[in-house]
Design a protein around this ligand. Structure first.
Ligand code: FE2
Length: 282
């Protein structure tokens, strides 16, 4: 849960290539930054019952609405200081009509600036071109970078096309977006939905993305200054290291598989990135 990030460790961490070794000194030292934000994920908003026999979930109609309302209220009422909210995907449950998107837009009434990344339920894997416009119309750009405090970048990345099911051309386009939002190198927290890790469920380890994709993705992130990847998708709390880069997976708002709704409060202070998980008692 702890990651010490200093100017020296950032530069060393980013020094995987000749290009990054030439990186200019950072404009601001991370140890001087005190910045907090909230991560919320997997709200799966829908008016309908959420049922999938193969994946083993069955959530009654309106439950996603009730839980999203409670989560948004708890975030708005949260007494811990924070500057903004990032939703790491599966904002809505169904993408075949815009009904769930519209309902999700209506329910996500945050009092602070909020940023959204599409998940597999929002835009799928193989036809992201088809579904992304409706998502972006309501929730903003799927690939963008912001600098909420000088010297710290938050990169919002639509990683869906990195999956095997996407056409090669879409994957290349996603890498171009990644290139754009991570230029120039700068200390960065990257947010995405799917992250290509192996998934352990039903007592079995399921394959993630091929090693060449994982290496290319993590190499590019490290060259761009990414020091933490924050994701959703698994509906579980997990931490992993891939190619030396820490991945943090947050639990969901929706209660598939009996999960308790939660969100995370993150703080970067004195060069340490830490979080609290806040559970909703509903
Ligand atoms: Fe999800």
């Amino acid at each position: 849960m702890l990651l010490k990030v200093t100017r020296r460790s950032f530069l060393l961490g980013a020094a995987g290539s000749a290009a990054s070794r030439k990186a200019r000194p950072l404009a601001a030292d991370l140890t001087g930054i005190d910045f907090s934000f909230i991560q919320v994920t997997d709200t799966h908003v829908s008016r309908n019952r959420l049922f999938d026999a193969r994946r083993g979930y069955d959530v009654p109609a309106d439950e996603s609405i009730r839980r999203t309302r409670e989560a948004v209220k708890a975030i708005n009422d949260c007494s811990l200081p924070y500057e903004l909210i990032v939703h790491t995907g599966d904002v809505a449950h169904t993408r075949n009509t815009t009904e769930d998107f519209d309902l999700a837009r209506e329910l996500h009434q945050f009092k602070r600036p909020a940023y959204y990344i599409p998940g597999n339920h929002d835009v799928g894997y193989s036809e992201t071109h088809k579904y992304r416009p409706a998502f972006e119309e309501r929730f903003g750009k799927a690939n963008q970078a912001i600098e909420p405090v000088p010297g710290l970048r938050l990169a919002l990345f639509d990683s869906q096309p990195l999956d095997n099911r996407a056409p090669e051309a879409h994957r290349e386009e996603a890498f171009q977006h990644l290139d754009r939002i991570l230029t120039p190198p700068k200390p960065t927290i990257l947010f995405c939905h799917v992250m290509g890790l192996q998934s352990f469920h039903v007592n079995q380890l399921w394959p993630g993305w091929p090693a060449d994709v994982m290496n290319r993705w993590t190499d590019r992130m490290k060259r761009g200054g990414v020091f933490a990847v924050l994701a959703g998708h698994f509906h579980r709390d997990e931490q992993h290291f891939v190619n030396g880069l820490p991945f943090y997976l947050a639990g969901p708002v929706i209660n598939m598989w009996g999960r308790q709704s939660c969100f995370r409060h993150w703080r970067l202070a004195k060069g340490l990135l830490t979080y609290r998980t806040i559970y909703l008692e509903i």
